[in-house]
Design a protein around this ligand. Structure first.
Ligand SMILES: [Zn+2]
Length: 213
């Protein structure tokens, strides 16, 4: 998919009803940052936009890794990216689509589900690609990547559908490579900055929706 088509896909996603926070509303993300949320969950699995996103992902994986360096497994980052990992894996021969899950007691923590855990030990030598939807700091996908390593994965990288900040510091700090199909840099602040920066959403009295609400 060329740049113009990706830009079109990006716009289509952000304009899809329920995906992007409207003027006057912003969210607290899992990592504590504040910004207008991109809610990929609002894209129905049955629609053409979902299929386009999955195809863009498959194409990206081939362009980026293939055909000889293709990953052996895709693991979704719970919860939203699991369906993309499964759907993309179905479109690439010999790749396993696997899931992670949130801890029942702590929604900010993610682990591999039992199937993914047991698969890791059989995939030792290959690349495992963690799939996540929106890249803000990398705090969720870094957990999935570490869990995959602990479970025996040989090499782990992360791929986002969309990256919303230029650097994802949690992945940089962990020295885990990451890429994104689309890049759309959006104002994203720490909770403090959001109040103190005159451009901050809290500073401008935009409604704040707390994480998990
Ligand atoms: Zn705020």
């Amino acid at each position: 998919m060329d740049t113009a088509n990706l830009k079109e896909l990006e716009d289509e996603i952000l304009q899809h009803p329920g995906v992007f926070d409207p003027e006057g509303v912003h969210h607290e993300f899992a990592d504590g940052m504040h910004g207008q949320k991109i809610n990929i969950d609002a894209i129905p699995k049955e629609g053409s936009l979902y299929a386009e996103l999955v195809n863009a992902g498959i194409e990206f994986i081939y362009d980026h890794y293939g055909p000889k360096g293709l990953p052996v497994a895709l693991i979704g980052t719970a919860n939203g990216a699991n369906r993309f990992a499964i759907s993309m894996a179905l479109g690439i021969p010999k790749i396993s689509g696997l899931r992670s899950e949130k801890y029942p007691t702590d929604k900010k923590k993610v682990r591999l589900n039992s199937i993914a855990r047991s698969m890791m030990s059989t995939l030792r030598s290959g690349l495992v690609l963690v799939i996540d939807d929106i890249g803000t700091k990398g705090s969720m996908s870094v957990q999935v990547a570490h869990e995959a390593e602990l479970a025996g994965a040989g090499r782990v990288e992360v791929m986002y559908l969309m990256q919303r900040r230029p650097r994802l510091e949690h992945l940089d700090e962990a020295d885990i490579a990451y890429s994104a199909i689309m890049h759309r840099y959006l104002d994203t602040y720490s909770a403090e900055e959001c109040q103190t920066n005159p451009n901050g959403f809290c500073a401008r009295s935009w409604e704040l929706i707390k994480h998990g609400k």
